[in-house]
Ligand binder design. Structure first.
Ligand code: SAM
Ligand code: SF4
Length: 342
């Protein structure tokens, strides 16, 4: 009797965790370094990893190949700021080739500072979509929130990406009470006027950032939505970009408005992703420490992709059910977002 194909799929070669969630999305933090020092992400003085402890670009390609062979269909490159890493374009070109082997989408999250000079090359390398972080439209405030950033360079970067043919750029805005909560509506208006999507993100307690109490700055997605709904009619949609954001459409526009709400809306049941930190730790959950040291495997057994794949497969059993972010002002997780890859 013929066996239905469903039953002959070898279970041990797909990324399925202990809760039956299929993992088809991986994010690589390709550097912990950055030209900005955003107040929610880094402290003013940061110690960066010694270069020898950061995954090489070749190791990142090997990881990409292993994940795609295991069924990952989407890779997002993040950091730190990916575009400040030397020769990063080569990585995009190599990962872009994996589209011939099952990868459906290579994407990038960037602060936009280098986009003006790199957007066309990223497009040519096969990057499908770009998220650009933008927390303020006011140049002074932008500088205060990023500590070093130049708003105009980011706006030029967004424009360059559009000219290069990136259709649906998405803005990411972390909203902090008392710092930029009055910009919820202006940021949405900017997105709409420029044909962009925008996601609002609740701050997550990663890393000790020093100068302020995160709990005091908490501004919930519900508060953001209420601000928006006073001005724009929001229409709920079931559309997804494959992540935890819940999306709304603004009537009469092409823009989608998303909310990433780790505190106010639990999204872990549908989690489809894992991350690899800049130092090669496979992180099974953004908000927990469960991890496996893939850098060690890559360096102890160079060229042994099967061993690497077995380690990734075995790690699936460690993926926890969900995060455990509390808003009591302490860092829930000691590692910083720039190591982790947001
Ligand atoms: N440097 C790039 C950027 O800023 O887009 C990529 C890395 S950054 C860590 C990725 C995203 O994480 C950004 O959108 C940033 O706003 C967000 N992020 C950083 N720290 C965060 C935190 N503590 N809570 C929530 N989002 C955070
Ligand atoms: Fe750099 Fe991005 Fe972190 Fe800002 S959020 S400090 S741009 S890594």
């Amino acid at each position: 009797m013929p066996v239905p194909s469903r039953e002959i799929e070898p279970a041990a070669t797909a990324l399925i965790d202990g809760f039956g969630r299929r993992i088809n999305y991986v994010r690589f933090s390709v550097t912990d370094r950055c030209d900005f020092r955003c107040v929610y992400c880094m402290s003013e003085r940061m110690d960066f990893l010694p270069r020898a402890r950061v995954l090489t670009l070749e190791e990142l390609v090997t990881l990409g190949q292993a994940f795609v062979e295991l069924g990952a269909r989407r890779i997002r490159i993040t950091g730190g700021e990916p575009l400040v890493r030397r020769n990063i374009l080569w990585l995009f070109q190599e990962l872009g080739r994996l589209r011939e082997r099952g990868l459906t989408e290579l994407t990038l999250t960037t602060n936009g500072s280098q986009l003006e000079r790199m957007a066309a090359d990223l497009k040519a390398a096969g990057v499908a979509r770009i998220n650009v972080s933008l927390d303020s439209l006011d140049p002074e405030r932008f500088r205060r929130l990023t500590r070093t950033g130049d708003r105009d360079a980011v706006l030029r970067g967004i424009r360059a990406a559009q000219v290069a043919g990136f259709q649906r750029l998405k803005l990411n805005a972390v909203i902090l009470k008392g710092r930029n909560d009055d910009e919820v509506v202006p940021l949405a208006r900017f997105a709409i006027e420029n044909g962009l999507d925008i996601s609002y993100i609740e701050e997550m307690p990663l890393g000790v950032i020093g100068d302020r109490d995160r709990a005091e700055a908490y501004y919930s997605s519900d508060a953001i939505r209420a601000d928006l709904e006073r001005v724009f009619p929001l229409i709920p949609t079931t559309e997804s970009t494959g992540g935890p954001a819940r999306y709304y459409r603004v009537s009469g526009t092409d823009s989608r408005i998303g909310f990433i709400s780790p505190h106010s809306h639990y999204f872990c049941d549908e989690c489809n992703r894992v991350r690899v930190s800049a130092e090669g730790r496979l992180l099974l959950c953004l908000g927990r420490e469960h991890s496996v040291d893939l850098l060690h495997i890559l360096r102890a057994y160079p060229g042994d992709r099967e061993r690497l794949k077995q380690a990734i497969l075995a790690a699936m059993a460690l993926k926890p059910r969900g995060h455990d972010f509390q808003m009591d002002g302490r860092a829930a997780i000691a590692r910083y977002m720039n190591h982790t890859g947001g």
